[in-house]
Write a protein that binds this ligand. Structure first.
Ligand code: MF3
Ligand code: CO
Length: 256
């Protein structure tokens, strides 16, 4: 069953997603050469407290493991679920994704951005821009009567047309009272397949892309996902509401 949010749910969900976006914004602004990802994780905790929300990721359970960070921080060949570390000092020409999921009044807002430290190489810039475009093309398909596969296919088509890879093992998802709800929203697949989209569904759409091969592996910490070939990767995510008409991106920071 894919949850349909009521008007009341959506009032909170909109607020909760706006907060998630504001928190992510503040975290991204702290990313700079010489800063450790551990410091950024501590900062994320403080920023969430300031915004009266909490991390949906801290202590998130997977098997017997509990995620130890407040925000996922993934550098270069780390695709997703990187853990802040005192040993990881950001330096010029790194790219970093921050995956920030927060809970406010019982609803989760989930969003991710990839930022450059200093000047990226032209190839890295192209990877990040392509991923952002693919996300927008996917969001564009989040309309009533369309199917999940329409989102997936739009993302895959764009990323692969530019010569980049999409990760298969992790997907986007429904989001709301919990971080992960039905349906799964893969970043690859066939148009016209999968569950039909209806107004009131809220989806986290999140292409995870690679400069080289889309093969990945999970590191020794049990969380961090790396590209198998060691090449850079990118991850961008929004929480989106399916409406009667145009899709509504919920994870936009407060204007101004
Ligand atoms: N927020 C992530 C997502 O986009 C989930 C991270 S789970 C964690 O679905 F435990 F690694 F934080
Ligand atoms: Co997500």
């Amino acid at each position: 069953m894919i949850p349909i949010k009521s008007e009341r749910d959506l009032r909170i969900m909109r607020k909760s997603c706006e907060i998630a976006a504001n928190v992510l914004d503040e975290i991204c602004r702290l990313a700079a050469p010489g800063v450790s990802t551990w410091e950024l994780d501590r900062a994320a905790k403080r920023i969430m407290e300031k915004h009266h929300c909490r991390s949906a990721e801290y202590k998130y359970k997977c098997g017997s493991l509990r995620y130890p960070g407040y925000v996922c921080i993934s550098v270069n060949d780390q695709v997703i679920h990187g853990i802040g570390s005192k040993d990881r000092i950001l330096k010029d020409s790194d790219i970093v994704s921050f995956d920030c999921a927060t809970i406010f009044q019982g609803f989760v807002g989930d969003n991710t951005r990839t930022v450059y430290i200093g000047e990226p190489s032209p190839e890295v810039r192209r990877l990040v821009e392509t991923t952002a475009e693919a996300l927008n093309l996917g969001i564009e398909m989040a309309r009533p009567g369309n199917r999940v596969g329409d989102i997936s296919a739009a993302i895959q088509r764009h990323v692969e047309s530019r010569g980049f890879g999409v990760v298969r093992e992790f997907t986007g998802h429904g989001v709301g009272r919990s971080m992960h709800e039905e349906p799964e929203v893969p970043n690859f697949g066939r148009a016209g397949t999968g569950p039909v989209l209806r107004p009131g569904m809220t989806l986290a759409i999140e292409p995870m892309t690679t400069m080289g091969s889309p093969e990945i592996f999970v590191g020794d910490d049990g969380w961090t996902v790396y590209t198998a070939d060691g090449k850079p990767s990118c991850h961008i995510e929004h929480t989106v509401l399916v409406t009667e008409s145009d899709p509504e991106i919920l994870t936009l920071p407060t204007a101004g």
